[in-house]
Design a protein around this ligand. Structure first.
Ligand SMILES: NC(=O)c1ccc[n+]([C@@H]2O[C@H](COP(=O)([O-])OP(=O)(O)OC[C@H]3O[C@@H](n4cnc5c(N)ncnc54)[C@H](OP(=O)(O)O)[C@@H]3O)[C@@H](O)[C@H]2O)c1
Length: 314
């Protein structure tokens, strides 16, 4: 982007699926990126923060953040907050659910308080949230009511937790992400081996809606929110064309040139994945990116067929 101001940006969750792609892009654009991470240099972690990036430590589970290091940055243009316990890895035991919630709600409160306490609080705070906010439903947009299940309650509390930043004039943006598609991680990476063997198929009835978004679009939406000061509040970050699981299955089969006729019955998903499977694999949420489109954002990947072809051709 010619003429764009160079920014100093703190990224939490920088070692994750979205964070890795975002940090790479921001560095290409010439920005200074600092990663807020739980891992200390040399320590084995789930993911690894790009070795070229400066880091600041925090331990949200212990309610600790390196406040002195934050202060020493002397002002951030923006914070992009992506950290949180992965929700799709493994069954939702009570301990896992507690980590899913506290790694979002308490960690966000800790970060927001620390940023608000800086001599120069950040100009902009952009955080991930999820379309899980709505629970199940059709024709959902940002005006729709919150759901009532575990994820919906978690998302609502997560978004509310950045409240300390409201008092210091920081522009706050919440991106309610849909299913992020990338061959490098997340839902698509987990499905690919089975589909490549020709063993893919619809889940349950296949009639449930999947509101998806390509990883490239997520990175571009974050950049859009960084540079456009008129972007404030919540934005559904999903493609404008959500599809049923059946349509998705057909598109993925086509993209890998394999049949995808093997349905997985709902009860099997329930047995294997429990509540996680009921919510993430069988739940139906048809969500539209109304506010992003009103703000003038144009999707690179608006349609599932071409999106999967592009993602899997590399
Ligand atoms: N991928 C999707 O389809 C999707 C959909 C909807 C919403 N989202 C949300 O978007 C955000 C980014 O997604 P992602 O797919 O990039 O996530 P991810 O790959 O699971 O990475 C999240 C990062 O958060 C940090 N983290 C992990 N467990 C943590 C814990 N217990 N406490 C604090 N930090 C922890 C890790 O960074 P360090 O090890 O460096 O600390 C990790 O790299 C997440 O909040 C996710 O809920 C993602």
């Amino acid at each position: 982007m010619a003429g764009m101001k160079t920014m100093k940006i703190l990224v939490s969750g920088a070692s994750g699926l979205v964070g890795t792609a975002l940090v790479r892009h921001l560095k290409q654009q010439g920005h200074r990126v600092i990663a807020l991470t739980r891992s200390t240099p040399g320590q084995a972690a789930d993911g690894q923060v790009d070795g070229q990036v400066d880091t600041i430590a925090w331990a949200p589970a212990q309610d600790w953040i390196d406040q002195a290091a934050l202060d020493a940055l002397e002002g951030l243009d923006a914070v992009v907050h992506l950290a949180g316990e992965n929700i799709a890895s493994g069954r939702w035991s009570p301990a896992k659910k507690s980590r899913i919630r506290s790694s979002r709600v308490e960690a966000t409160a800790l970060l927001a308080k620390a940023l608000a306490a800086c001599k120069q609080p950040p100009a902009t705070f952009i955080s991930a949230s999820a379309i899980g906010f709505y629970g199940e439903g059709h024709n959902l947009d940002e005006t729709s009511r919150p759901g009532t299940d575990f994820l919906a309650q978690t998302c609502a509390a997560w978004e509310a937790a950045s409240e300390p930043l409201a008092g210091v004039g920081t522009r706050q943006v919440w991106l309610r992400l849909g299913i992020v598609l990338s061959p490098d991680g997340g839902a698509l990476k987990q499905m690919l081996p089975v589909f490549r063997l020709g063993g893919g198929g619809p889940l349950g009835s296949g009639q449930q809606y999947m509101s998806w978004v390509s990883l490239q679009d997520v990175v571009r939406v974050i950049e859009f929110a960084l540079v456009n000061e008129g972007v404030v509040g919540v934005y559904n970050t999903v493609s404008p064309n959500p599809v049923t699981n059946k349509t998705f299955t057909q598109a993925l089969g086509k993209a890998v040139h394999r049949p995808a006729f093997f349905p997985v019955p709902a009860f099997v998903i329930g047995l294997i994945f429990g509540e996680m499977g009921q919510t993430l694999l069988l739940g139906s949420a048809q969500v539209f990116p109304r506010r992003l489109q009103e703000a003038g954002y144009t999707f690179e990947h608006p349609d599932i067929g071409p999106a999967l072809q592009a993602l899997l051709s590399g």
